[in-house]
Unconditional design. Structure first.
Length: 59
């Protein structure tokens, strides 16, 4: 298998999602995206969830 088969947009996980080294197409929702962008969002998601919303600037 090439890469991780979970789609960052909808969360659907299937080995068929990875069409090629650079191609990613979700078998559930049909969204097509570059595999590196999808991987980056999958890696960042847990950290973003732990950090919370962005801080407001001081007035």
């Amino acid at each position: 298998m090439i890469g991780h088969p979970t789609f960052s947009r909808c969360g659907f996980c299937d080995a068929k999602n990875r069409r090629s080294h650079a191609g990613f197409e979700c078998s559930e929702c049909g969204w097509t995206w570059h595999a590196d962008h999808n991987a980056a969002r999958n890696i960042a998601a847990p950290g973003v969830k732990n950090i919370g919303p962005p801080c407001q600037p001081c007035l």
